[in-house]
Design a protein. Structure first.
Length: 267
């Protein structure tokens, strides 16, 4: 659901993944966890070996190894300047200043990426600034549809993403990865691997259907909703891709596919 106000607050939904897909990104240092086996007390009677305590879940999508010194990274709460400079090196300073929310970059990206497959997101955690303008609709009698003019509002941002060298920026992701991993664990996922979540979210977004217009809308209260219940039931990330229009959706999917190939070892 969205209205004119919420529409200007939600383009960052895609921005979270788009920045991850085209720009965000760090050095791979996966923390090794040592499980301590329970020690059985010796007795005259032979007993079955005590079970080994379970460790963290296995890494499903390990990133390609990189040689770098993760100790050189700043603390997570002090990382904004490094992240801005690193992204500007691959994207350019002007797009970073124009689109990126400059505070708590890593934490906001991680939270947004994690929530993209869900039905709702938190606007205060957006990593990308709102898209200018209001939702463009077309009205004929009682029929309200999403106007193709709405797609043009996203075009400048999509053009920036299309110009990004995903391979070069994936190196930035690998270099900064310990910051993303720490933020993901702080979010409530100790022992889980953020890159697995990124790949899972990318696959979820790539599964978004391409919906030809006109797309009918309804406005039961303040917010617009898709009149098609099957579309309205989709995740926030998929609904935004649909709202951006088929051409923009294809461009974003191409960058997501390119990023996926770079951040998964041997895939």
């Amino acid at each position: 659901m969205w209205n004119d106000k919420s529409e200007t607050a939600r383009p960052w939904v895609l921005g979270g993944v788009a920045l991850v897909a085209a720009a965000v990104v760090g050095f791979f240092v996966w923390r090794h966890y040592n499980s301590q086996a329970q020690t059985a007390v010796e007795t005259p009677v032979a007993r079955p070996a005590a079970p080994v305590a379970e460790g963290p879940p296995p890494v499903v999508n390990p990133m390609p190894p990189q040689a770098a010194d993760s100790a050189a990274l700043p603390a997570l709460n002090d990382s904004d300047q490094l992240v801005r400079d690193s992204l500007a090196g691959g994207v350019g300073r002007a797009p970073i200043e124009q689109y990126l929310v400059p505070q708590n970059i890593v934490r906001h990206i991680v939270a947004t990426v994690d929530n993209l497959p869900r039905h709702k997101l938190a606007p205060e955690l957006r990593p990308v600034k709102p898209t200018p303008g209001q939702t463009a609709t077309t009205t004929q009698g009682d029929l309200v549809t999403l106007s193709s003019d709405n797609y043009e509002r996203y075009a400048p941002f999509v053009h920036v993403l299309q110009a990004v060298d995903v391979k070069a920026l994936a190196v930035v992701y690998q270099r900064l990865y310990p910051l993303f991993q720490q933020s993901y664990e702080d979010l409530g996922y100790p022992g889980k691997y953020f890159n697995d979540r990124v790949v899972e979210v990318i696959d979820h977004l790539l599964a978004t259907p391409e919906v030809p217009g006109p797309i009918q809308l309804t406005q039961p209260k303040v917010f617009y909703e898709y009149a098609d219940a099957s579309l309205e039931a989709r995740s926030a990330g998929q609904k935004l891709l649909i709202r951006m229009g088929p051409a923009n959706e294809r461009a974003i999917k191409a960058q997501l596919t390119a990023l996926r190939a770079q951040i998964v070892k041997g895939k």
